[in-house]
Design a protein around this ligand. Sequence first.
Ligand code: UT7
Length: 327
Amino acid sequence: MSGIGILGFGAYTPSRVMTNEDWSQYVDTSDEWITSRTGIKTRRIAAAEETTVDLAEQAALAALADAGVATEEIDELIVATDTPEVYMPDTAAFLQHRLGLREVPAYDLGGSGCAGFVLALDLARSRALSENATVLVVGVEMLSRLMDWSDRNTCVLFGDGAGAAVIGARAGAAEILACVAGTDGSQTGILQRETGGTKKPFSKELAESGEFLKIDFNGRSVFKEAVRRMTASAVAVLEKAGHQLSEVDLVIPHQANLRIIQAVTKSLGLQPETVFSNVEKLGNTGSASVPLALVDARECGSLHSGDLVLMTAFGAGFHWASALIRF
Ligand code: UT7
């Protein structure tokens, strides 16, 4: 056991609620279609004046307050996001300054898809262990700003939000018992945003056609991979920590789609009440989804002291990651 744990966590969601009916004003869709395919009913949309750093800042402040840790005590900052503040430098640089952190290492896990927060947690645990560091981890996404509002295949799925956690060594903290992560880069084209990189730089034509917002997305393939990888990495992290599935009190899966969560629940043979979901109210918030679900689980009384909690996430890459935590 490393003795490294979650000292505190917090989240932030913008106040504007967008319903499925609201979406039907923008694209040819319906509450019936969205609900039956995804379980999503509402999502949050950032205000025009908000940017990624605003969301990240609020979640970070909530996590720091929850942990009872001051900004000057933070030794490192990791931000997981696919919707950065600007193209360069990374969002972590903006957030380091905004929070008034010391001149500590601060960097993004960009492009890590919806697995970003759990990947960052794994990294933070290693850094906390090797450097005796207190690490602030943030998962933040403002997908509403960077998606195609006319593409019904993707736009209805996402929402904005941020979640954060402070990782370090402290007696009595929620100990991170084990983490596992993996990547299969053979299927990048199934879920990708191609425009803006060296392969397909921004151009006048891409901007005028709106194509720069396009996300290549094969929903069915992503669905199958998500179920397969989240199930396998959940089993792997339990094995690594020497625990049984029957000992798990609460599972916090990535919140992409209620049907994906139900399929993972079934393939692991779990009782549905063990598996937390808030996708109905927040939609898919990418790398923010796991910490947002954790905060919601605590607020609604589903997370108790002593609980063995399994987090599992999957996203573009494909990347996946799981963590086992004793709260
Ligand atoms: O976090 C990781 C990233 N994302 C995911 O994990 C998402 C994974 N995939 C999914 O959640 C599901 O595949 C979707 C929710 C995206 C789609 O559900 P599905 O059951 O796989 O849908 P489908 O393929 O059976 O249905 C597609 C049909 C198409 O119509 P045709 O070609 O069959 O006539 C679409 O045009 O549904 C149509 N469609 C819509 N209809 C109404 C697609 N989006 C919409 C929409 N409203 N918003």
